[in-house]
Design a protein around this ligand. Structure first.
Ligand SMILES: C[S@@+](CC[C@H](N)C(=O)[O-])C[C@H]1O[C@@H](n2cnc3c(N)ncnc32)[C@H](O)[C@@H]1O
Length: 301
Protein backbone atom coordinates (compact mmCIF):
# COMPACT_ATOMS: atom_id res chain seq x y z
CA UNK A 1 0.00 0.00 0.00
CA UNK A 2 1.50 3.36 -0.92
CA UNK A 3 1.99 6.29 1.40
CA UNK A 4 -1.11 8.14 0.22
CA UNK A 5 -3.36 5.23 1.00
CA UNK A 6 -2.01 4.69 4.50
CA UNK A 7 -2.42 8.27 5.63
CA UNK A 8 -5.82 9.52 6.77
CA UNK A 9 -5.91 13.00 5.24
CA UNK A 10 -8.01 15.76 6.78
CA UNK A 11 -11.46 15.49 5.30
CA UNK A 12 -13.30 18.60 6.27
CA UNK A 13 -12.46 22.10 7.30
CA UNK A 14 -14.93 21.85 10.17
CA UNK A 15 -13.09 18.87 11.62
CA UNK A 16 -16.22 16.80 12.14
CA UNK A 17 -15.23 14.09 9.78
CA UNK A 18 -11.50 14.45 10.41
CA UNK A 19 -11.98 12.97 13.87
CA UNK A 20 -13.44 9.84 12.38
CA UNK A 21 -12.18 6.38 13.22
CA UNK A 22 -9.43 5.56 10.71
CA UNK A 23 -10.60 3.52 7.78
CA UNK A 24 -10.41 -0.20 8.31
CA UNK A 25 -9.17 -2.54 5.67
CA UNK A 26 -12.10 -3.45 3.46
CA UNK A 27 -14.57 -5.83 5.04
CA UNK A 28 -15.70 -7.25 1.73
CA UNK A 29 -15.09 -10.71 0.48
CA UNK A 30 -15.61 -11.96 -2.99
CA UNK A 31 -18.22 -14.64 -2.72
CA UNK A 32 -18.02 -18.18 -3.97
CA UNK A 33 -15.34 -19.54 -6.22
CA UNK A 34 -13.89 -16.09 -6.94
CA UNK A 35 -12.51 -15.86 -3.42
CA UNK A 36 -9.29 -17.59 -4.29
CA UNK A 37 -8.86 -16.13 -7.76
CA UNK A 38 -8.20 -12.44 -7.05
CA UNK A 39 -5.14 -11.22 -8.93
CA UNK A 40 -2.44 -9.75 -6.68
CA UNK A 41 -2.52 -6.32 -8.29
CA UNK A 42 -6.26 -5.95 -8.61
CA UNK A 43 -7.81 -2.87 -7.01
CA UNK A 44 -11.11 -2.53 -5.23
CA UNK A 45 -14.41 -0.82 -5.89
CA UNK A 46 -16.34 0.84 -3.09
CA UNK A 47 -19.97 1.31 -4.03
CA UNK A 48 -20.80 4.31 -1.89
CA UNK A 49 -24.10 5.97 -1.06
CA UNK A 50 -23.67 9.74 -1.02
CA UNK A 51 -26.97 10.42 0.75
CA UNK A 52 -29.92 12.54 -0.31
CA UNK A 53 -28.29 15.86 -1.18
CA UNK A 54 -27.06 17.54 1.97
CA UNK A 55 -23.34 16.69 2.05
CA UNK A 56 -23.31 16.54 5.84
CA UNK A 57 -25.47 13.44 5.69
CA UNK A 58 -22.57 11.39 4.35
CA UNK A 59 -21.43 8.49 6.53
CA UNK A 60 -17.97 8.45 8.11
CA UNK A 61 -17.13 5.23 6.29
CA UNK A 62 -18.00 6.89 2.98
CA UNK A 63 -15.82 9.92 3.76
CA UNK A 64 -12.91 7.63 4.66
CA UNK A 65 -12.98 5.63 1.46
CA UNK A 66 -13.50 8.73 -0.70
CA UNK A 67 -10.42 10.32 0.88
CA UNK A 68 -8.25 7.40 -0.22
CA UNK A 69 -9.68 6.94 -3.71
CA UNK A 70 -7.53 6.95 -6.82
CA UNK A 71 -10.63 7.42 -8.94
CA UNK A 72 -14.10 8.73 -8.08
CA UNK A 73 -16.87 7.78 -10.49
CA UNK A 74 -19.93 9.83 -9.64
CA UNK A 75 -23.55 10.49 -10.56
CA UNK A 76 -25.63 13.60 -11.15
CA UNK A 77 -27.26 13.86 -7.73
CA UNK A 78 -24.05 13.62 -5.72
CA UNK A 79 -23.28 16.88 -3.91
CA UNK A 80 -20.13 18.50 -5.27
CA UNK A 81 -18.84 18.97 -1.71
CA UNK A 82 -18.73 15.19 -1.44
CA UNK A 83 -16.82 14.75 -4.68
CA UNK A 84 -14.42 17.40 -3.37
CA UNK A 85 -13.56 15.20 -0.37
CA UNK A 86 -11.31 13.18 -2.66
CA UNK A 87 -7.56 13.79 -2.82
CA UNK A 88 -6.57 16.66 -5.10
CA UNK A 89 -4.81 14.18 -7.36
CA UNK A 90 -7.71 11.74 -7.55
CA UNK A 91 -9.26 11.28 -10.96
CA UNK A 92 -12.93 12.27 -11.07
CA UNK A 93 -15.19 10.79 -13.71
CA UNK A 94 -18.76 12.05 -14.15
CA UNK A 95 -21.14 9.40 -15.45
CA UNK A 96 -24.34 11.09 -14.33
CA UNK A 97 -27.63 10.67 -15.96
CA UNK A 98 -30.61 12.88 -16.37
CA UNK A 99 -33.84 11.32 -17.57
CA UNK A 100 -33.42 9.98 -21.11
CA UNK A 101 -30.00 11.53 -21.26
CA UNK A 102 -27.48 8.96 -20.14
CA UNK A 103 -23.98 10.37 -20.12
CA UNK A 104 -22.64 6.83 -20.12
CA UNK A 105 -24.83 3.76 -20.67
CA UNK A 106 -25.05 1.42 -17.70
CA UNK A 107 -23.07 -1.38 -19.33
CA UNK A 108 -20.25 1.08 -20.03
CA UNK A 109 -20.26 2.23 -16.41
CA UNK A 110 -20.01 -1.42 -15.35
CA UNK A 111 -17.13 -1.99 -17.77
CA UNK A 112 -15.38 1.18 -16.59
CA UNK A 113 -15.48 0.04 -12.95
CA UNK A 114 -14.11 -3.38 -13.89
CA UNK A 115 -11.30 -1.88 -15.99
CA UNK A 116 -10.27 0.63 -13.32
CA UNK A 117 -10.13 -2.07 -10.66
CA UNK A 118 -8.19 -4.39 -12.99
CA UNK A 119 -5.69 -1.54 -13.34
CA UNK A 120 -5.19 -1.78 -9.59
CA UNK A 121 -7.11 1.37 -8.67
CA UNK A 122 -8.93 2.12 -5.45
CA UNK A 123 -12.22 3.13 -7.03
CA UNK A 124 -15.11 4.90 -5.33
CA UNK A 125 -18.37 4.59 -7.20
CA UNK A 126 -20.46 7.39 -5.72
CA UNK A 127 -24.21 7.25 -6.11
CA UNK A 128 -26.97 9.47 -4.75
CA UNK A 129 -28.86 8.23 -1.71
CA UNK A 130 -28.31 4.54 -1.09
CA UNK A 131 -26.73 2.49 -3.88
CA UNK A 132 -29.17 -0.38 -3.41
CA UNK A 133 -32.35 1.72 -3.60
CA UNK A 134 -33.34 2.53 -7.20
CA UNK A 135 -29.67 3.03 -7.88
CA UNK A 136 -28.64 0.09 -10.06
CA UNK A 137 -26.05 -0.73 -7.43
CA UNK A 138 -26.95 -4.40 -7.70
CA UNK A 139 -26.20 -4.42 -11.42
CA UNK A 140 -22.81 -2.82 -10.89
CA UNK A 141 -21.88 -5.29 -8.18
CA UNK A 142 -22.96 -8.19 -10.40
CA UNK A 143 -20.49 -7.00 -13.04
CA UNK A 144 -17.73 -6.85 -10.42
CA UNK A 145 -18.53 -10.31 -9.13
CA UNK A 146 -18.44 -11.67 -12.67
CA UNK A 147 -14.86 -10.40 -12.97
CA UNK A 148 -13.72 -11.35 -9.45
CA UNK A 149 -13.24 -7.73 -8.48
CA UNK A 150 -13.18 -7.11 -4.71
CA UNK A 151 -15.80 -4.66 -3.54
CA UNK A 152 -17.47 -3.14 -0.52
CA UNK A 153 -20.90 -1.53 -0.33
CA UNK A 154 -21.17 1.58 1.83
CA UNK A 155 -24.83 2.35 2.45
CA UNK A 156 -26.16 5.88 2.29
CA UNK A 157 -29.25 7.65 3.53
CA UNK A 158 -31.85 7.07 0.87
CA UNK A 159 -33.98 9.94 -0.40
CA UNK A 160 -37.12 8.62 1.29
CA UNK A 161 -35.77 8.62 4.83
CA UNK A 162 -33.55 11.69 4.48
CA UNK A 163 -36.17 13.84 2.82
CA UNK A 164 -39.01 12.72 5.05
CA UNK A 165 -36.88 13.67 8.07
CA UNK A 166 -36.07 17.12 6.68
CA UNK A 167 -39.70 17.67 5.66
CA UNK A 168 -40.94 16.84 9.17
CA UNK A 169 -42.94 13.84 7.94
CA UNK A 170 -42.34 10.60 9.88
CA UNK A 171 -42.78 7.75 7.43
CA UNK A 172 -44.47 5.55 10.02
CA UNK A 173 -46.56 6.51 13.01
CA UNK A 174 -48.45 4.33 15.43
CA UNK A 175 -51.66 6.29 14.86
CA UNK A 176 -51.81 6.16 11.10
CA UNK A 177 -49.10 4.27 9.21
CA UNK A 178 -47.85 0.79 10.06
CA UNK A 179 -46.06 0.22 6.80
CA UNK A 180 -44.13 2.19 4.26
CA UNK A 181 -43.64 1.35 0.61
CA UNK A 182 -41.03 2.78 -1.73
CA UNK A 183 -41.86 2.72 -5.44
CA UNK A 184 -40.50 4.27 -8.58
CA UNK A 185 -42.91 6.41 -10.54
CA UNK A 186 -40.68 6.38 -13.58
CA UNK A 187 -42.83 6.37 -16.71
CA UNK A 188 -42.29 3.71 -19.30
CA UNK A 189 -44.09 4.32 -22.59
CA UNK A 190 -46.21 6.97 -20.86
CA UNK A 191 -47.53 4.58 -18.22
CA UNK A 192 -46.69 3.63 -14.68
CA UNK A 193 -46.64 -0.07 -14.05
CA UNK A 194 -47.48 -0.27 -10.34
CA UNK A 195 -49.57 -2.51 -8.11
CA UNK A 196 -52.30 0.08 -7.56
CA UNK A 197 -54.59 -2.00 -5.28
CA UNK A 198 -51.63 -2.64 -2.95
CA UNK A 199 -50.56 1.02 -2.97
CA UNK A 200 -54.09 2.21 -2.26
CA UNK A 201 -54.39 0.13 0.91
CA UNK A 202 -55.01 2.35 3.94
CA UNK A 203 -52.72 2.49 6.98
CA UNK A 204 -49.48 2.87 5.05
CA UNK A 205 -47.24 5.57 3.63
CA UNK A 206 -46.26 5.43 -0.03
CA UNK A 207 -43.06 7.13 -1.14
CA UNK A 208 -42.58 7.66 -4.84
CA UNK A 209 -39.16 8.26 -6.38
CA UNK A 210 -38.89 9.75 -9.89
CA UNK A 211 -42.61 10.54 -9.93
CA UNK A 212 -42.88 14.19 -10.97
CA UNK A 213 -43.63 13.59 -14.63
CA UNK A 214 -46.21 10.92 -13.80
CA UNK A 215 -47.74 12.80 -10.87
CA UNK A 216 -51.20 13.25 -12.45
CA UNK A 217 -51.37 9.52 -13.29
CA UNK A 218 -50.17 8.58 -9.84
CA UNK A 219 -52.77 10.66 -7.99
CA UNK A 220 -55.56 9.62 -10.35
CA UNK A 221 -54.82 5.89 -10.01
CA UNK A 222 -54.50 5.96 -6.23
CA UNK A 223 -57.94 7.59 -6.01
CA UNK A 224 -59.39 5.24 -8.64
CA UNK A 225 -58.20 2.30 -6.53
CA UNK A 226 -59.80 3.50 -3.34
CA UNK A 227 -57.80 6.18 -1.55
CA UNK A 228 -59.93 9.23 -0.69
CA UNK A 229 -59.15 12.30 -2.83
CA UNK A 230 -58.61 14.11 0.46
CA UNK A 231 -55.62 11.88 1.35
CA UNK A 232 -52.71 14.14 2.34
CA UNK A 233 -49.79 14.15 -0.07
CA UNK A 234 -46.55 16.10 -0.32
CA UNK A 235 -43.92 16.66 -2.93
CA UNK A 236 -40.42 17.76 -1.95
CA UNK A 237 -37.90 19.28 -4.32
CA UNK A 238 -34.19 19.10 -3.54
CA UNK A 239 -34.93 17.78 -0.08
CA UNK A 240 -32.38 18.12 2.76
CA UNK A 241 -30.59 20.97 0.96
CA UNK A 242 -30.73 24.73 1.33
CA UNK A 243 -32.92 24.74 -1.78
CA UNK A 244 -35.54 22.42 -0.30
CA UNK A 245 -39.11 23.23 -1.28
CA UNK A 246 -42.16 21.39 0.02
CA UNK A 247 -45.68 21.48 -1.41
CA UNK A 248 -48.35 19.88 0.78
CA UNK A 249 -51.77 19.17 -0.69
CA UNK A 250 -54.20 16.30 -1.20
CA UNK A 251 -54.28 13.63 -3.88
CA UNK A 252 -56.94 15.69 -5.63
CA UNK A 253 -54.93 18.86 -5.97
CA UNK A 254 -51.25 17.86 -5.73
CA UNK A 255 -50.59 17.77 -9.51
CA UNK A 256 -51.96 21.28 -9.99
CA UNK A 257 -50.18 22.64 -6.94
CA UNK A 258 -46.87 21.12 -8.02
CA UNK A 259 -47.24 22.62 -11.47
CA UNK A 260 -48.15 26.05 -10.07
CA UNK A 261 -45.10 25.89 -7.80
CA UNK A 262 -42.93 25.18 -10.86
CA UNK A 263 -41.30 22.23 -9.19
CA UNK A 264 -38.49 20.51 -11.02
CA UNK A 265 -36.45 17.37 -10.34
CA UNK A 266 -35.23 15.93 -8.16
CA UNK A 267 -38.49 15.53 -6.32
CA UNK A 268 -39.90 12.94 -3.96
CA UNK A 269 -43.61 12.33 -3.36
CA UNK A 270 -45.02 11.15 -0.03
CA UNK A 271 -48.62 9.99 0.23
CA UNK A 272 -50.44 9.15 3.44
CA UNK A 273 -51.91 10.48 6.66
CA UNK A 274 -48.41 11.06 8.08
CA UNK A 275 -48.09 14.09 5.79
CA UNK A 276 -50.47 15.95 8.13
CA UNK A 277 -47.84 15.78 10.88
CA UNK A 278 -45.63 18.23 9.00
CA UNK A 279 -47.73 21.10 10.39
CA UNK A 280 -46.57 20.15 13.87
CA UNK A 281 -43.19 18.55 13.19
CA UNK A 282 -41.71 20.60 10.34
CA UNK A 283 -38.36 21.88 11.60
CA UNK A 284 -36.18 22.59 8.57
CA UNK A 285 -36.94 25.92 6.98
CA UNK A 286 -34.17 27.02 4.62
CA UNK A 287 -33.99 30.73 3.90
CA UNK A 288 -36.57 31.51 1.21
CA UNK A 289 -34.07 33.53 -0.85
CA UNK A 290 -31.93 30.45 -1.35
CA UNK A 291 -34.59 28.40 -3.06
CA UNK A 292 -33.78 28.23 -6.75
CA UNK A 293 -36.69 29.23 -8.96
CA UNK A 294 -36.83 26.95 -11.93
CA UNK A 295 -38.79 26.96 -15.14
CA UNK A 296 -42.25 25.41 -15.10
CA UNK A 297 -41.24 21.99 -16.23
CA UNK A 298 -42.72 18.74 -15.15
CA UNK A 299 -41.05 16.99 -18.01
CA UNK A 300 -37.72 15.88 -16.70
CA UNK A 301 -38.05 13.67 -13.59
C1 LIG B 1 -32.41 7.30 -9.63
S1 LIG B 1 -33.20 7.61 -8.09
C2 LIG B 1 -31.86 7.26 -7.03
C3 LIG B 1 -32.30 7.08 -5.61
C4 LIG B 1 -31.15 6.93 -4.65
N1 LIG B 1 -30.39 5.74 -4.91
C5 LIG B 1 -31.62 6.96 -3.22
O1 LIG B 1 -31.44 5.96 -2.50
O2 LIG B 1 -32.17 7.99 -2.80
C6 LIG B 1 -33.26 9.39 -8.07
C7 LIG B 1 -34.57 9.89 -7.47
O3 LIG B 1 -34.46 9.99 -6.05
C8 LIG B 1 -35.21 11.08 -5.61
N2 LIG B 1 -34.31 12.06 -4.96
C9 LIG B 1 -32.99 11.92 -4.77
N3 LIG B 1 -32.50 12.99 -4.11
C10 LIG B 1 -33.53 13.81 -3.90
C11 LIG B 1 -33.67 15.07 -3.28
N4 LIG B 1 -32.63 15.70 -2.70
N5 LIG B 1 -34.89 15.64 -3.23
C12 LIG B 1 -35.96 15.03 -3.76
N6 LIG B 1 -35.89 13.83 -4.38
C13 LIG B 1 -34.71 13.22 -4.44
C14 LIG B 1 -35.88 11.69 -6.83
O4 LIG B 1 -37.13 11.09 -7.00
C15 LIG B 1 -34.93 11.29 -7.92
O5 LIG B 1 -35.55 11.31 -9.19
Amino acid sequence: MDEDKRREPPLSAGGRIRDAVPARPPLYAIGGAGATAIAANVGIVYLVGAGPGNPELLTIRAANVIARADVIVYDRLVAREIVALGRPGAQRIYVGKARSNHTLPQHEINALLVRLAQDGKHVVRLKGGDPFVFGRGGEEIEALVAHDIPFEVVPGITAATGIAAYAGIPLTHRDCAHAVTFVTGHLKDGTMNLDWPALARPGQTVVIYMGLLGLPILCRELVAHGLPPTTPAAIVQQGTTAQQRVVVATLADLPGRAFDARLAPPTLIIVGEVVKLRDKLGWFHPEPGRAAVRPASLAAD
